[in-house]
Design a protein around this ligand. Structure first.
Ligand code: HEM
Ligand code: SF4
Length: 563
């Protein structure tokens, strides 16, 4: 028998004393701006990634300096709700203590700080804690920030679904006291830590959860390990259709990795929600692959042990039987911009934030604008899974004031095209250590080109879900786009086609490792054909499949690489 060897991350988690490692000692180490050894990875479960500015890395090496280490922090905000008071605290820290100064809204309904120096990290956690925010379990091998459809129009149903997102997030959190001790000077107890749900070595790999309210699929259920589809009767939530095993990451050149849609498990009544969530997590904890991290996510566990085996195990552990899937339909994934009236008489204003990056740009002071709105806003803010922001719960009397501020600071512009609103990119360069090609920084220009192509073929009444991701990890969710670009090398991408608007089909690779110029030329030709040959309301992704340009991905574990 060949030797079975756990991945090194397993050793690290086991030896970490419930994710403490020697993080505290590292904080005192003046010789480096970074974290040493295992701590470099352990800080992820505390919500931070060590990074450096890749634009200046070579220059610093030439000066014999270590890279300018800093951390990215990702907050935990189930359902993406922030109060104006919290916003002001978040804003002040971004302004004073981060090197990029920005508040980056992410596609997982939270915000990130980029460029926090080691000396400011503890202060950062204490500042956030003072306003009721933490960053526990927003990265690393744990259940991450739980998403929830942001649609305050149907506010009662939304409120109920949101409460569940929050409960699920809290139920699945690590129970270790490490975060409190290290960052918040919490009391040190003699009793040992326990992790009854996650276990002492946590999960085999990251784990993502979402709650979705059809017909919106803004949270992209198929990008999540665990999804809850809200099923309502007479406007009241009665339970969830549950799905398991979605995930988008892959590795270039490794065909044992692939994006995968989630599998329908069935319907559960509300009373089983937490038991079910816990059972999926513990089943993945015990059955997931701890030898090879590339095959450790829930999606691969399902394929390896078989869906029926996994499902039966969950039923046993949760003490439930899945009922038939209740019918539901997804119709869109985008946000609805501008004002909408809620059923509670309040108004909600959705603002388009390009790349989710809130920063003061020359002539466009988005961050200042948000600060001014936060100073007078009585409702709350909701971050969307499309990196946008909703000023929610505005009374009729305050509408005009809020709108004026949004317009004055460039947060509300009537000129943003539908195409731009349906485009998305991951962060990538300069901060992401894994980036192979540009993403966020090139998206605006790519979208301008795409707008030009749509106009050239007289089809600018329509849009294409277009997403760019700087490497195959897929943070920009390109593997659920109609046109998805996956970074391969500077200026080069794999071009994927054939996803659909609802986010229920994975796009297939059409051209490998081509330049952005070639991509635009390919799209020019294909959009031309779509304009001439499309059927009524036929999206671009459906068209390229019907026209035989690309074969659909139906069962990605078997047909993503070969048809
Ligand atoms: C092996 C897989 C992955 C790794 C190693 C990874 C790693 C990272 C890193 C290092 C960042 C920080 C970039 C920065 O802010 O500078 C990041 C951001 C992010 N990732 Fe991932 N990621 C992976 C897969 C995914 C997938 C599949 C999704 C979603 C479906 C996702 C969602 C996000 C989001 C929402 C952000 C925040 C920034 C943004 O909105 O682009 N990640 N990821
Ligand atoms: S997709 Fe890759 S490049 Fe983009 S943020 Fe994620 S890890 Fe970084």
């Amino acid at each position: 028998m060949s030797e079975v060897k756990l991945s090194d991350n397993e050793r690290m988690k086991r030896e970490s004393n419930f994710i403490r490692g020697t993080i505290e000692q590292d904080l005192q180490d003046p010789l480096t701006g970074g974290f040493n050894g295992d701590n470099y990875q352990l800080i992820r479960i505390h919500g931070m990634y060590q990074q450096d500015d890749r634009d200046i890395r070579n220059e610093r090496t030439a000066q014999k300096l270590e890279p300018l280490h800093n951390v990215m922090l990702r907050a935990r905000l189930p359902g993406g709700i922030i109060t104006p008071k919290q916003w002001l605290v978040i804003d002040e820290f971004a302004e004073e203590s981060t090197s990029y100064g920005s508040i980056r809204l992410t596609t997982r309904q939270t915000f990130q700080y980029h460029g926090v120096l080691k000396r400011d990290i503890k202060h950062m956690h204490q500042t956030l804690n003072s306003t009721g925010i933490d960053s526990i379990a927003t990265a690393g091998d744990v259940n991450r920030n739980v998403l929830c459809t942001s649609n305050p129009v149907e506010s009662e149903l939304h409120q109920e679904a949101y409460e569940w997102a929050k409960k699920i997030s809290e139920h699945l959190l690590p129970k270790t006291r490490a975060y409190l001790e290290i960052w918040l000077d919490g009391e040190r107890l003699d009793t040992p830590d326990e992790e009854p749900i996650l276990g002492p070595t946590y999960l085999p790999r990251k784990f993502k959860t979402a709650v979705v309210i059809p017909p919106q699929n803004d949270v992209d259920v198929h990008a999540n390990d665990l999804s809850f589809v809200a099923i309502a009767e007479q406007g009241k939530l009665i339970g969830f259709n549950v799905l398991v095993g979605g995930g988008l990451a892959m590795t270039h050149g490794d065909t044992t990795t692939y994006p995968r849609k989630a599998t329908d498990f069935g319907f559960i009544p509300l009373s089983h929600t937490l038991a079910f969530a816990e059972a999926v997590v513990t089943t993945q904890r015990d059955m997931g692959d701890r030898l090879n991290r590339k095959n450790a996510k829930t999606k691969y566990t399902l394929e390896r042990v078989g869906v029926e085996v996994f499902k039966a195990e969950v039923e046993k552990r949760a003490g439930l039987k899945f009922a038939e899937v209740r019918p539901y339909e997804f119709t869109s994934r985008g946000d609805s911009f501008g004002w909408v009236a809620g059923i509670d008489g309040k108004h909600h204003l959705t603002l388009f934030i390009e790349n989710g990056r809130i920063l003061d740009y020359p002539g466009k002071l988005l961050k200042t604008g948000m600060r001014e709105i936060a100073k007078i806003h009585q409702g709350d803010f909701r971050l969307t899974a499309n990196q946008n922001l909703i000023v929610a719960g505005v009374a009729e009397a305050d509408k005009a004031k809020i709108e004026q501020l949004a317009r004055d600071y460039g947060l509300l512009e009537d000129t943003v095209s539908e195409q731009r609103k349906n485009s998305m990119a991951c962060v990538s360069l300069p901060t992401c250590p894994l980036a192979m090609a540009e993403s966020e920084r090139v998206l605006p220009a790519y979208v301008t080109e795409l707008e030009g192509l749509l106009a050239k073929h007289n089809i600018d009444d329509d849009t294409i879900i277009f997403r760019v991701t700087g490497c195959p990890n897929g943070c920009g969710r390109a593997m659920l786009a109609e046109v998805g670009l996956v970074g391969k090398a500077p200026g080069r991408y794999n071009l994927h086609l054939g996803g659909n608007r609802e986010g229920t089909r994975i796009p297939r690779m059409y051209k490998e490792n081509i330049t952005d110029r070639d991509i635009m030329a390919e799209l020019d030709a294909l959009i031309g054909r779509w304009a001439k040959e499309r059927e009524a309301k036929e999206g671009f992704g459906d068209f390229v499949i019907r026209a035989g340009v690309i074969a659909p991905v139906i069962d990605s574990a078997r047909d993503f690489y070969a048809v």
